[in-house]
Design a protein around this ligand. Structure first.
Ligand code: 16G
Length: 240
C-alpha cells in the first residue's frame, strides 16, 4: 500500500490507505490498529512517519488513542444537515436510532436578563428550565438546557420532557413551530458537562444556541447545548 517512488509523502499514503480501509469497512469502529512499531516494520518506514499519519487521523476524529492500549477506529460521526428545523427525537428516529433523555433538571424559575431578552419576556417571568442529556442508542450525544415561557407552553411535565418537547408543543398544544436562529461555536467540555457526556478532560464540544419562534413570531424556546464533536458534525447545503 506504500509506493516509495511516488511523489506523495509516505505519511500521506499511509493516511490515505487507513482512511480507505475505514471507508470500505475493512476497519470498523472499535478495531485496534497495528502499533506504530508494527506498521513501521511492515512497511519498512520510520516510526515518525507512521506517527504523523496516525496523528493526522486522530486529529480528524477517525481514530482515537487509549493510553497503554493502542489506537482504535472511532465511531463515525452523525451528520446533521442544517436545512430543516427538526427535533432531536425526529433526527435520531430518521436515522433508525433510538433517542432517549436523561432528565437532570426540570423546574420553573424566574427568567434572568438573558433568558428574558431571548424570549421577549419581562425579567422574572416564570420559565421552565429543562436540562437533559440526549442519547442516541444509549450513547450521550449532547447536554441541552431549554428555557420556555411557562405561560406559553402549559402543562409540561417530566414525563413529556423524557420524550419529545416538539411533539407535545405541536401535537398536544397545537402550536405551530416556525423558524429558528442558531449559532454554533467551538468550546472545550467543562467539568459539569464532562461526566454526563462521557468524554475526556479537554475534549472539544460544539456549543449550540438556538432561538426558536412560532409561526406567528412568538419566541418559543431559548436553548443552549453542548454536542460531542467526536460524535456529531453539521453540514450545510450552499447554493450560488
Ligand atoms: C433539538 C433542538 C432543541 C429542541 C429539541 C427538541 C438543536 C440544537 N436543538 O435538540 O432546540 O428543543 O430538539 O427535541 O437542534 P425533542 O422534541 O426531542 O424534545
Amino acid at each position: 500500500m506504500i509506493d516509495k517512488h511516488s511523489p506523495m509523502p509516505i505519511y500521506f499514503q499511509l493516511e490515505h490507505s487507513i482512511r480507505q480501509q475505514i471507508e470500505n469497512g475493512e476497519l470498523t469502529p472499535g478495531n485496534l490498529l497495528p502499533s506504530e512499531r508494527e506498521y513501521a516494520e511492515l512497511l519498512d518506514v520510520s516510526r515518525m512517519t507512521v506517527r504523523q499519519a496516525i496523528t493526522n487521523l486522530v486529529n480528524e476524529g477517525l481514530l482515537y488513542r487509549q493510553k497503554g492500549r493502542g489506537t482504535f477506529v472511532a465511531e463515525q460521526k452523525l451528520e446533521q444537515k442544517l436545512s430543516g428545523l427538526t427535533s432531536f427525537t425526529e433526527d435520531m428516529k430518521a436515522r433508525g436510532m433510538t433517542p432517549a433523555n436523561t432528565l437532570l433538571a426540570f423546574e420553573i424559575i424566574p427568567a434572568d436578563a438573558k433568558v428574558a431578552e431571548r424570549l421577549s419576556l419581562k425579567e422574572h417571568t416564570p420559565v421552565y428550565e429543562i436540562k437533559r442529556i440526549r442519547l442516541a442508542d444509549d450513547v450521550p450525544m449532547a447536554l441541552e438546557t431549554v428555557y420556555i415561557s411557562a405561560n406559553l407552553v402549559k402543562g409540561l411535565t417530566e414525563t413529556i420532557t423524557a420524550a419529545s418537547l416538539y411533539h407535545y408543543i405541536e401535537e398536544e398544544l397545537g402550536l405551530a413551530i416556525g423558524h429558528a436562529v442558531q449559532s454554533i461555536e467551538a468550546a472545550i467540555v467543562n467539568e459539569i458537562e464532562r461526566p454526563h457526556l462521557l468524554v475526556q478532560k479537554g475534549a472539544p464540544v460544539l456549543l449550540i444556541e438556538r432561538n426558536t419562534f412560532l409561526k406567528d413570531g412568538t419566541p418559543l424556546e431559548y436553548v443552549k447545548s453542548s454536542y460531542r464533536s467526536d460524535r456529531y458534525k453539521f453540514t450545510i447545503d450552499i447554493n450560488r
